[in-house]
Write a protein that binds this ligand. Structure first.
Ligand code: NAD
Ligand code: GLY
Length: 357
């Protein structure tokens, strides 16, 4: 039996199914398809691994498959157009269902395509990386990058369901697994000190891909995300805490060239910078900063910003962030492990101290 949890959003509520072998459960997928026309969007890496297993459930539908190039550098408006061109060429209607099969890049792109096509068609998320299973497939943030800023174009658009199969992580490489763990650690840091402690105690099992440990962190992360999204879908308040480390991290991704640092790696570094700044402000102890850095290191994640990114470039890139107000950089920081702040405006002097350290 698949474990099911619900993202409670009134008439836009939806289930998240978590379990081993969910990809082979036909009914989990087809119960959320209300159309004859179905488009599956995936990429060149995921298609040979999992497309056939999903397509098998769709024999009674008119199916169009779109296989995109793989990589963060393809999360662009140009790639979005490939999806629109295919849907229009095949005369797909407004009730067609889009299935996003892949990691966060495929999910964010496809979700945005679904939000835009004929002003919105239903879509289903089948996330295949740890990062997308614990974060990006849940909550309805969709979009693409711009050369001047990460995720700068997009929409809030919720899926009909999220189908997570823990077994697909078997084919994910170690670097990508680690990138997903960065977002898992985030949930412990922002709102759940006991989960942080659990991750600290079980990090070896997680990195060794122990199935029970992986399932547990996916469930805990989805539960946390579902609760936050249910209380603040469009990020007018508490949802912002999910961006801990992301303002620094997005600057690293854009500044180094999309794809050079994985999103999770950039978030790990950014979270360490946020922890240092929180310590500067007198909130987090030095011991806790060390604890945080040690956990990221034990998860095979980087903790230091690339030296080629100057503080000036950092500042310029951080000035393009969705949390900024009237041009002021605002950051999510930590009061303690397990408690994040809402966005706080930080003095440039303090920010520069961390960026130059
Ligand atoms: P990704 O989508 O690039 O996937 C990572 C790599 O793994 C890719 O090469 C992909 O083809 C490959 N892959 C996917 N599934 C696989 C599998 N099962 N086996 C083998 N290889 C597989 O990266 P990601 O880390 O999944 O997602 C990062 C993206 O998610 C970023 O663009 C980030 O901005 C976005 N994101 C969005 C949200 C949100 O709320 N929407 C949250 C966090 C991150
Ligand atoms: N990943 C941040 C959010 O969904 O709000």
């Amino acid at each position: 039996m698949a474990n099911v949890m619900q993202v409670e959003l009134g008439d836009r509520s939806y289930p998240i199914y978590i379990g081993a072998g969910n990809l082979d459960k036909s009914e989990l997928l087809t119960r959320h398809i209300k159309s004859k026309q179905v488009v599956v969007v995936t990429n060149e890496t995921v298609a040979p691994l999992y497309l056939e297993r999903v397509s098998r459930h769709l024999q009674d539908y008119q199916v169009e498959t779109i296989v995109l190039s793989d990589g963060e550098q393809f999360k662009t408006l140009e790639t979005l157009n490939i999806i629109f061109d295919a849907l229009l060429a095949k005369k797909f209607s407004r009730n067609a269902t889009l299935i996003a099969l892949g990691g966060g890049v495929v999910g964010d792109l496809s979700g945005f395509a679904a939000a835009c096509y004929q002003r919105g068609i239903p879509f289903i998320q089948i996330p295949t990386t740890l990062l997308s299973q614990v974060d990006s497939s849940v909550g309805g943030k969709t979009g693409v990058n711009h050369a001047l800023g990460k995720n700068m174009l997009g929409a809030f658009y919720q899926p009909q369901s999220v189908i997570i199969d823990v077994d697909v992580l078997d084919t994910l490489d170690d670097r990508q697994l680690a990138a997903g763990v960065a977002e898992v650690i985030k949930y412990g840091l922002i709102r759940d000190a006991s989960f942080f402690l659990w991750i600290e105690s079980n990090i070896e099992k997680i990195m060794a891909r122990d199935k029970m440990a992986l399932t547990y962190i996916i469930e805990q992360s989805c539960q946390s995300k579902a609760e936050i999204v249910a209380s603040d879908e469009r990020e007018s308040g508490i949802r912002a805490i999910l961006n801990l480390g992301h303002t620094f991290g997005h600057a690293i991704e854009a500044g180094m060239g999309y794809g050079e640092y994985l999103h999770g790696e950039a978030v790990a570094i950014g979270t360490c910078q946020a922890a240092e700044l929180s310590c500067e402000l007198g909130w987090l102890s030095h011991t806790d900063v060390t604890r945080i850095k040690t956990l990221f290191q034990n998860a095979a994640l980087p903790i230091k910003a690339p030296s080629s990114l100057s503080a000036e470039t950092f500042l310029e890139l951080m000035a393009v962030d969705k949390k900024n107000v009237d041009g002021d950089i605002r950051l999510i920081l930590l009061k303690e492990i397990g408690e994040a702040t809402l966005p706080v405006a930080v003095e440039q002097k303090q920010l520069l101290k961390v960026l130059n350290s």
